[in-house]
Design a binder for this molecule. Structure first.
Ligand SMILES: [Zn+2]
Length: 116
């Protein structure tokens, strides 16, 4: 059985199983393919190597509005909250709080709207 968690982006939780021929971090989770996440643009094997990097990248992505970067890959019923909840626990900080994360996103979106 495939480990579906291996197909998830460590930063944003997007499941690449339908898009990548192999998982971002290889079949056993130790050999990154240096591809890029279509959702948050993290590069597997460079920017998601340890928890500190993952947390920082995720925070930047969330606080810039958590856009799905490559829109042609964006699922029709894309749900950010569900995707974030699917991030494997070992890639979340101890003080992870989904509501706070979503708050970062909505304040970023407010900011964009008030700029335009
Ligand atoms: Zn991602």
């Amino acid at each position: 059985m495939r480990d579906y968690n291996l197909y998830r982006c460590r930063v944003c939780g997007f499941n690449h199983i339908d898009f990548l021929p192999w998982s971002p971090w290889g079949e056993d989770g130790t050999e990154p393919n240096y591809d890029m996440c279509t959702c948050c643009f993290v590069q597997f094997g460079y920017e998601d190597c340890d928890l500190e990097d993952i947390v920082l990248y995720r925070k930047n992505w969330l606080s810039s509005g958590a856009e799905f970067k490559e829109s042609e890959y964006k699922p029709k019923n894309w749900n950010l909250a569900e995707q974030l909840q699917a991030i494997p626990k070992q890639f979340l900080p101890h003080d992870w709080n989904l509501n706070e994360a979503l708050q970062l996103v909505s304040s970023a979106q407010d900011r964009f709207h008030s700029d335009s």
